[in-house]
Design a protein around this ligand. Structure first.
Ligand SMILES: [Zn+2]
Length: 548
């Protein structure tokens, strides 16, 4: 190859100085580039004496960054030198290709850096697929190995620390996530949520001034022992969440009162949790979904419900919709829609449209069970009741029953039509000014029907306004009002708060909040999910800390 041509190619491939291309062999998929090192002498790694006595040479193949969709393979001629210092223990040494490739590496350093970036951003499986698209041949395990070789970034000094747990495997194993609340970044992930583990971490970080935590005993103990210098704050997110759980219990108990009489609007209806009872008057029918599909749906729904609760809790703390969207990594529009709806979106709407047949499904099913199996007769019966659809719809329903009656289930019309104590609890917590007229009416109805609900609502709003306006000094007054209310669940909640009083009052007064931790826990879950169950702690930690 002409020297001029070689120099041009070398500059195109951006090879380090001192490395010369001797030939290039393009094929459809590869670009094989033969290179040599052109320095006359090399320093011995032991005695640093330059040597120009070549002992032998051998060939090494390494992959380099792809070039225009082709996999680039460098065939390096590597020389061995004889050390000329008589006293040196290194008789023979191999030349180093500093900056290009490590001693035993099969990829150039710059290719490894790219693969690591793909792995950090997209995880093992997806990273490998992306690599493939850019003509980099790698496997998930190679990619993960390179990812693990990255040095962990040093933990910066943290002043305000948020501690929370997260589920590795729900209800089985948990880990701890540590967030710098000022920078809003994950600073570490610990393998469990034991008090001792967190305590050890805290002892290594005496700079921590404030620990924001949940109301659990473990983290309180860890903070007391591991960071005695720090002020403990119960984060508002957990306060709101705990309160919502208490509200669910209370509302669950007065559900019967709330359901007395017919609802003027169809909003408050059949309780979703009630397993038996008369068939709902308005029902949708659907073929039962296979268990694994259902399980996946439920998991996704649970995750959406969590997101909704988190969003409501943040909003109830006084954050604007824009701030909530930013913290949760969602679009402002989605936040607005969810809050307006008063619940997380469900799959139902996408899976199945409402049908004119829905209001008659329960009747037809009863008639079927009573032995009427003729579609035409059933059609005429419901037509007399006002059914406006075709006979075809009834035939399809009857056919589905014939195929497998077990597969037909009746469900209350929509999630929004049910009275669910869980949904209602969030209605209680939200700032009434932010509720739609419809939701306000729903709330009013609940409070009209049940005296307990009415009292509970007043106390909830007192608590929430204290929390929103950071008026921790009103805590005592609120406690007294709860005591006087005679609502056992609320009194238990208040007594629990009293046990952790200084941290609770700090949480109601200071501006720190674990909202960011919750957002980071969500991020962690997303990263975990993208790793298809290979999310071992070191790997997860590596991805999260480098991403931060
Ligand atoms: Zn030497």
């Amino acid at each position: 190859m002409e020297p001029k041509e070689a120099a041009l190619l070398s500059s195109i491939l951006h090879l380090p100085a001192g490395i010369t291309i001797t030939s290039v062999h393009p094929s459809a998929t590869d670009l094989v580039v033969r290179v040599v090192c052109c320095s006359w002498s090399m320093p011995c790694p032991e005695c640093h004496q330059l040597s120009d006595r070549i002992h032998s040479n051998y060939q090494r193949t390494v992959s380099d960054l792809p070039c225009a969709g082709r996999n680039v393979i460098l065939v390096l001629t590597v020389r061995k030198f004889v050390c000329t210092t008589p006293t040196c223990s290194h008789k023979i040494f191999t030349e180093r290709l500093v900056g290009l490739v490590e001693s035993y590496g099969r990829m150039t350093s710059r290719l490894i850096a790219l693969v690591q970036a793909l792995g950090l951003g997209a995880g093992g499986q997806m990273g490998t697929r992306l690599a493939d698209r850019t003509a980099i041949a790698t496997t998930p395990s190679t990619l993960l190995r390179h990812l693990m070789q990255l040095p962990t970034p040093p933990t910066p000094a943290v002043r305000v620390l948020g501690v929370d747990d997260f589920a590795w495997k729900k209800r089985f194993t948990y880990g701890t996530i540590l967030v710098d609340l000022e920078r809003r970044k994950i600073i570490d992930v610990l393998a469990d949520r034991e008090s001792a583990t967190v305590e050890t971490w805290l002892k290594a970080h005496p700079e921590v001034e404030i620990v924001s935590r949940d109301r659990g005993k473990e983290f309180a103990k860890a903070a007391t022992l591991g960071a005695p210098q720090a002020r403990q704050v119960v984060d508002r997110f957990h306060l709101v969440k705990n309160l919502s759980e208490v509200l669910q219990q209370i509302l669950g108990h007065c559900r019967a009162e709330i359901r007395l009489g017919e609802a003027p609007s169809s909003e408050v209806e059949q309780p979703a949790e009630e397993p038996t009872g008369p068939l709902p008057t308005t029902a949708t029918w659907q073929q039962r979904t296979p268990a694994h599909v259902k399980k996946a749906h439920q998991a996704r729904q649970a995750s959406r419900d969590d997101r909704y609760e988190q969003m409501t809790a943040l909003r109830a703390q006084g954050l604007t919709q824009r701030e909530v969207a930013k913290r949760m990594g969602m679009s402002e529009r989605a936040v607005r829609t969810w809050l307006k709806r008063g619940a997380a979106p469900t799959n139902e709407r996408h899976v199945r449209r409402r049908s004119v047949f829905d209001p008659y499904a329960a009747y037809v099913l009863q008639r079927w069970q009573a032995g009427v199996h003729e579609a035409k007769q059933l059609y005429e019966e419901i037509q007399a009741q006002g059914f406006s659809g075709t006979v075809r719809i009834v035939q399809r329903f009857v056919q589905a029953l014939r195929d497998d009656p077990e597969k037909i289930t009746l469900a209350p019309a929509t999630a929004a039509d049910r009275f669910s104590s869980r949904t209602a609890s969030w209605l209680f917590i939200r700032d009434p000014k932010q509720l739609s007229t419809q939701k306000q009416a729903e709330l009013e109805l609940i409070c009209q029907r049940s005296e307990t609900a009415r009292k509970t609502y007043a106390l909830t709003q007192q608590f929430m306004s204290m929390l929103r306006l950071r008026r921790g000094q009103q805590f005592e007054t609120w406690l007294a009002a709860v005591e006087a209310s005679q609502i056992p669940e609320l009194r238990r909640f208040a007594q629990g708060l009293l046990k952790d009083k200084s941290a609770v009052v700090a949480g109601l007064t200071l501006s720190y909040s674990n909202g960011p931790v919750e957002a980071q826990v969500h991020k962690l879950k997303l990263v975990k999910r993208s790793m298809f169950g290979r999310a071992k702690l070191p790997l997860l930690r590596q991805r999260l800390l480098h991403a931060a």
